[in-house]
Design a protein around this ligand. Structure first.
Ligand code: GLN
Length: 228
């Protein structure tokens, strides 16, 4: 399985993302610059965190117009796994690949620390290696992680089981219903504010994020590897 790690001007978690999938997971990975014309050769698309285009206007608002986003939309429509972490999640929201919007943290402060997450849905291609309601430790690092959507959208997210991760205990940013990560209706585009790529090795303080990447590969193998 080969991953593309999309790099925008201002991305700053691309190296962590690459390290997570290449070195810790043992999958193939390549950096792909924002002006790329095609993502056809990749099986999975990763949008890392950072401050794409300086977070001007709103975080993710400029990045969504970059060349590569047409290809990300194409990959999502083709059913490939697309994961957006932090700024990557914000880009997916701005691009309309996920519903809702991101507001500034209710404290109006940038928060960087480890938080507890609950795996609210473990029946997705990104979370199948976790137990249902498993509590995991994953770092956050954001100023705009206060997820918001209107009532009708929230009802739909709940009905379809699209809320994959919630904050457990303290909600660090004021997000609606403690939402930390959501998936699209089709089940192949996940956005989350916490950084699983920063929790892939006990030496880094924890490895709870690794199962997310393992889930993606597991699903891909089941779909692509033909038993002889
Ligand atoms: N780590 C990140 O991706 C930061 C995301 C975004 N720029 C914010 O502050 O909310």
């Amino acid at each position: 399985m080969k991953f593309a790690v999309i790099v925008f001007p201002g991305s700053n978690c691309d190296i962590d993302m690459y390290h997570a999938v290449k070195d810790e997971l043992g999958a193939e990975a390549e950096y792909v610059w924002h002006d790329a014309e095609s993502l056809d050769e990749y099986d999975g698309i990763l949008l890392p965190g950072g401050f794409s285009y300086g977070d001007y206007l709103r975080s993710g608002a400029v990045a969504r117009f970059s060349n590569v986003m047409k290809e990300v939309v194409k990959a999502a429509e083709a059913g490939k796994p697309v994961l957006g972490v932090c700024n990557g999640f914000q880009v997916l929201l701005e691009a309309g690949l996920l519903p809702g919007a991101m507001r500034r943290n209710d404290s109006l402060k940038f928060i960087c620390r480890s938080v507890e997450l609950k795996v609210a849905n473990n029946e997705t291609m990104f979370s199948s290696s976790y137990e249902k309601n498993e509590v995991i430790q994953i770092p956050i690092a954001h100023g705009e992680g206060n997820y918001y959507c209107d009532e009708a959208t929230l009802a739909k997210l709940q009905e379809n089981n699209q809320i994959v991760f919630t904050y457990n205990g303290t909600n660090p940013n004021g997000s609606l219903e403690n939402i930390a990560g959501i998936i699209n209706e089709k089940g192949n585009v996940l956005g989350m504010m916490p950084h699983p790529e920063r929790a892939v090795d006990e030496l880094l303080g924890g490895a709870d994020g690794l199962k997310l990447f393992q889930s993606i590969v597991k699903q891909w193998r089941e779909a692509h590897v033909v038993n002889a």
